[in-house]
Design a binder for this molecule. Structure first.
Ligand code: CUA
Length: 323
């Protein structure tokens, strides 16, 4: 190569270096600008601990929405493969809401559709940010960090309600809880189960137990078929505690979603959610005669013999379901 050609190449290299240098400065200025003016939207870690410790602490021990002072709300969300708890966060429009998020197992993401919210959830770390949803509506929450084979099913919602509707829902829930307590242990278990279901299960199996075609089987109707099969009562506890992986069939349709293990729920909560599922959506009318609700004492022994999700799948395949 001739001397002048070398010179020309070197000149262009210097120009590109200068462009890259200018870009670097521009990026730093943008970051400094957004930190200074919108810093309150950037999540920061406030607390550290082992993931096991953190999920025992508030607000993760009882995740959900709490009014901290009039018109201000705090939301605790716990993420685990492959769901958010609560699956549906319900808050009023126009209220400043502070979110506390953590992951119980691996890295997850928390990205909220049509907003600037996009947070990484790190096990052992708490991510905090504040946001005010101005308009009522449903906002999809997706996990945008690949977290395992059920990652694509890791979905949640934030339901922003008109403040009057929010207040009405809150009063109805309080009244229902008071009533349930007065009606005895069975009603209390159902009320607890209804809550646990809304927080943990409705994201996949849906609010009316109708499931999602191809991914999550329906529980309306189908749960009673499982209960009625020989060994079905045991299977329902095991699938709650240990989860299930692999393809199944329900009412002639194949399902390929992943059922996470819910062993972190208390025995009363597992019993309650099973009772709720076996009662709601007309299931109470199809239950075998003499059905005894689950209680906490019945759940506890199942924890002694731990199973893998594949063993649970095997157990399900061995059930003889009525056609
Ligand atoms: Cu959680 Cu992807």
């Amino acid at each position: 190569m001739r001397e002048e050609q070398h010179e020309a190449i070197a000149r262009w290299e210097r120009r590109w270096l200068a462009v890259a240098g200018v870009l670097l400065v521009v990026f730093v200025v943008f970051i400094a600008y957004s930190l200074a003016l919108e810093g309150r939207h950037i999540a920061h870690a406030t607390e550290r601990g082992t993931p096991e410790e953190l999920v025992q602490r508030e607000p993760f021990a009882r995740p959900g929405v709490v009014e901290t002072e009039p018109g201000r709300y705090q939301v605790g969300v716990r993420a685990q493969a492959f769901s958010f708890t609560p699956a549906d966060v319900r808050i009023p429009a126009g209220a400043e809401t502070t979110f506390y998020l953590t992951s119980q197992d691996v890295l997850h993401g928390f990205q909220v559709q049509n907003t600037s919210i996009n947070v990484e959830l790190i096990p052992g770390d708490v991510s905090v940010f504040s946001y005010t949803f101005e308009r009522p509506g449903r906002y999809r929450v997706t996990c945008n960090e690949y977290c395992g084979i059920g990652h694509q099913n890791m979905l949640g919602t934030i339901t922003v309600l008109d403040p009057r509707d929010f207040e009405r829902e809150r009063q109805e829930a309080e009244a229902a809880a008071a009533e349930a307590g007065a009606d005895g242990p069975e009603e209390a278990s159902l009320a607890l189960g209804r809550e646990v279901y809304a927080d943990n299960c409705a994201g996949c199996h849906q609010a009316e137990g109708e499931g999602v075609q191809g991914a999550f089987p329906p529980l309306a109707g189908h749960a009673v078929d499982l209960l009625s099969a020989d060994g079905g009562r045991d299977y329902l506890v095991n699938v709650m505690l240990y989860g299930l992986e692999g393809q199944i069939e329900a009412e002639g349709v194949a399902y390929d979603g992943v059922m996470p293990a819910w062993g972190q729920l208390e025995d009363e909560e597992v019993a309650g959610v099973l009772n709720h599922v076996l009662t709601a959506w007309g299931n109470d009318e199809r239950r075998p005669e003499g059905f005894e609700p689950y209680d906490a004492d019945e759940i506890a022994p199942y924890r002694d013999e731990s199973m893998t999700p594949q063993e649970v799948l095997e157990e399900r395949r061995n059930l003889e379901l009525a056609p």
